[in-house]
Design a protein around this ligand. Structure first.
Ligand code: 13P
Ligand code: SF4
Length: 300
């Protein structure tokens, strides 16, 4: 029996589902029951009636799945696959900013630890951040941990006052505006589709800004025949599968090493052994879940 057959057999036997983010390796996505952006994966995790969720992605995705569906067993194929940005804010900083404003909402990008979520009022993903922040009654917004997404959201909601935190995604920050400008010269008819974790100078050169799912949807609906994709290279697989007649370029080959830690062998291993299960601190569970639930409510 080959590895894919073995994974599929164990999934059935143990009533498990595999949820994958677009950024994991292509062969891993082949065994996924659901593939999508962080918002989609949260909704699927909350609604699934499988007993086991294998989260092909990074730690914050597994933690979010466990928070949203605590009765389920959530397994991470690689326990070291972690998003560095998730740790780039501190509780001390949140508390310091809170002291300065009476009317402030702490808005936490889902790419964050459960601890940071537990000190926040609401979570957002790149797909729903503008909608969720607009729906908040507060004028003052502390946006953690990603400064680039925060600045993009702020640009869409000028009536609110934003305070930022200096967190960033190393992969998206690494996409250079100068190299993108060169790429645009080479492919002048291509539309530029960009994730909002990119820097402001890259966003300024873009035709569309959105989450990974947003980028995939836009590429399908656009009349353009070619695109420069400014996000992690994993989305290329989906884009080329869905739109074989269109052409996709990237600026370099932005690669998230943490997402790429997930392999078929590791998925098989956790399905067999049940190792790398997610357990969350009882003290922070309820508050962290409240911020995720509030996101799901406001993003509807
Ligand atoms: P999306 O929610 O847009 O898929 O983004 C997740 C992520 O980690 C981006 O770097
Ligand atoms: Fe984190 Fe960036 Fe990797 Fe997304 S691409 S998981 S933000 S390091």
């Amino acid at each position: 029996m080959d590895i894919i057959e073995e994974i599929n057999r164990l999934k059935k036997e143990k009533n498990a589902v595999i949820l994958s983010h677009y950024y994991v390796d292509d062969d891993v996505k082949e065994v996924a029951d659901y593939t999508g952006d962080s918002y989609y994966l949260s909704k699927v995790a909350k609604e699934t009636d499988a007993d086991i969720i294998v989260l092909s992605g990074v730690s914050f995705m597994g933690e979010s799945a466990k928070l949203l569906n605590p009765e389920k067993t959530v397994l991470m194929p690689d326990s070291h696959a972690d998003c560095p940005m998730a740790h780039m804010a501190t509780v001390e900083y949140i508390e310091k900013v809170k002291e300065k404003y009476d009317d402030i909402a702490i808005v936490c990008y889902i790419n964050s630890t459960a601890l940071l979520k537990s000190h926040s009022d609401v979570c957002v993903t790149s797909a729903n951040a503008v909608k969720v922040v607009k729906a908040l009654p507060n004028k003052n917004i502390l946006f953690i941990p990603d400064e680039n997404l925060g600045r993009y959201v702020a640009s869409q909601i000028p009536e609110k006052n934003f305070i930022f935190n200096p967190g960033f995604c190393p992969i998206h920050k690494g996409i250079s505006a100068a190299e993108l400008a060169e790429c645009k010269k080479k492919f002048p008819d291509a539309e530029v589709l960009t994730h909002p974790e990119c820097t402001q100078d890259v966003l300024a050169l873009s035709d569309f800004i959105g989450s990974t799912s947003g980028i995939i949807k836009y590429a399908g609906e656009s009349k353009a025949a070619s695109f420069i994709i400014c996000t992690e290279c994993g989305v290329l697989y989906e884009l080329r599968e869905r739109y074989p007649d269109k052409t996709f370029y990237t600026v370099g080959l932005p690669t998230c090493v943490n997402m790429k830690k997930v392999t078929l062998e590791k998925i098989l291993d956790v399905l067999k052994t049940g190792k790398n299960e997610i357990f969350l601190d009882n003290d922070l569970k309820d508050k962290a879940l409240a911020s995720l639930d509030k996101m799901l409510e406001l993003a509807k």
